[in-house]
Design a protein around this ligand. Sequence first.
Ligand code: SAM
Ligand code: SF4
Ligand code: SF4
Length: 343
Amino acid sequence: MDTPSTTAAITDGLNRPIHDLRVSVTDRCNFRCVYCMPKEKFGKGYQFLAKKELLSFEEIIRIVKAFSAIGVRKIRLTGGEPLVRSELEKLVEQIASIDLIDDISLTTNGVLLTEKRARSLRDAGLGRVNISLDALDDKTFMAVNDVGVPVQKVLDGISVAAAAGFDSVKVNMVVKRGLNEHSILPMAEYFHGSGQILRFIEFMDVGNTNSWKNSEVITAAEIAEQINRQNPIEKVPPNYRGEVANRWRYVDGGGEIGIIASVSEPFCGDCSRARLSAVGKLYTCLFAADGHDLMSLIRGGASDADLNEKLSALWQRRRDRYSETRTVESVLRPKVEMSHIGG
Ligand code: SAM
Ligand code: SF4
Ligand code: SF4
């Protein structure tokens, strides 16, 4: 595949470069996590997108290439549940052949990650995998996923990923008060010394369907304090500018944990991420109301130069810093759903 010509690295209206692109490959999911796709809103009658409404792999590749020309080096595949999209391996392989992209990762709930699939994804060029798991007991986990999937299914996915030889396998746990905060310490204990980094994520007000309340956020400080009491931890400096998780390590050498404090300690100042929805809309913030329609642009016959110019202009106009300015009113504003842009 040919290499896109690079333009000078661009920055947005708050002097932030663009470095990461998260690509949602589907709005469908085999879970109904209560903080993401609550059944009352995503129930039997919910109209998911038809295949022809999704960006094709060719269209995704064209957009990724254009992004790489303005600075993107990291691609994360997400959803919905990305592994419900058939032949995802083919997409990974095509992304891996774009010279300027040096990191490809996947966020998944892990249930469809069989040994064969993990191997073929790795062989296609997938570098890193993040698997979401919010509890270690079935009662709590089923209350989260709301479709009766037991913990073992996800633990199997984690083992398979660990055995497949990815550069890293991390585990993501969203913590919501009243739902799974009692799982913080068992999860920390389970992954202590395992080689997999467990990352705690504060419950966020993404979209408008999850009835978010500030009082339901267990803050990063509370999480760190609880863990520190069980097994002392100390801070570790970030790996690079813009890393979303605060890093901690166990004093006893049992490895690292991460805490993503998106609500209590927002990190908009270093946010170099853009998000592409499955219908080809570009969102410059997780909490945006609407995206910029790249699918119409490319299906309307835009040239590579037109696309490049459009992306540069959109990024240069960007001034998003939602989490730093969150108010009681902003929480209620219309916002894109998490299952459309993938976290
Ligand atoms: N289905 C895949 C999964 O769950 O890993 C990928 C998509 S999911 C939307 C991406 C991540 O967002 C998951 O780790 C999920 O737990 C997290 N997430 C979803 N809703 C959230 C919320 N309201 N607050 C914080 N994290 C959330
Ligand atoms: Fe599905 Fe992931 Fe959302 Fe859970 S968090 S409902 S697994 S998209
Ligand atoms: Fe980036 Fe928006 Fe999140 Fe701030 S709120 S870190 S700008 S996605």
